[in-house]
Write a protein that binds this ligand. Structure first.
Ligand code: FES
Length: 105
């Protein structure tokens, strides 16, 4: 999730400490039922495998793309380094973020 625009691990964040903060989750990225460019890129580029890690990956990538609209692969890897994927690896995830960055230009 994003707290005041910064990525944060929801699983270790105490809800009571979030009063008055702006919380964004994966659900907040879609607009009127339409996937965001980043969500669409994960779908189209197969960045989602089982989907377990996908919300965290997308929210971490969203924070990155807001501060760095044209990230390098190294910047993407660094931004996503706190999120683990246990499926087929990170290649499709990185490609998805790069595709989203291209689509948002
Ligand atoms: Fe399965 Fe990442 S898509 S853990």
């Amino acid at each position: 999730m994003l707290v005041d625009g910064e990525p944060r691990l929801a699983c270790i964040t105490l809800a009571a400490s979030m009063q008055g903060r702006r919380i964004e989750t994966i659900e907040s990225l879609a607009t009127q039922g339409r996937l965001s460019a980043l969500q669409r890129a994960f779908h189209e580029r197969l960045g989602t495998q089982c989907g377990f890690c996908t919300p965290g990956m997308i929210m971490a990538a969203e924070a990155l793309l807001r501060r760095e609209p044209r990230p390098t692969e190294a910047q993407i890897r660094e931004a996503l380094s706190g999120n683990l994927c246990r499926c087929t690896g990170y290649v499709k995830i990185i490609e998805s973020v790069l595709a989203a960055a291209e689509a948002r230009r």
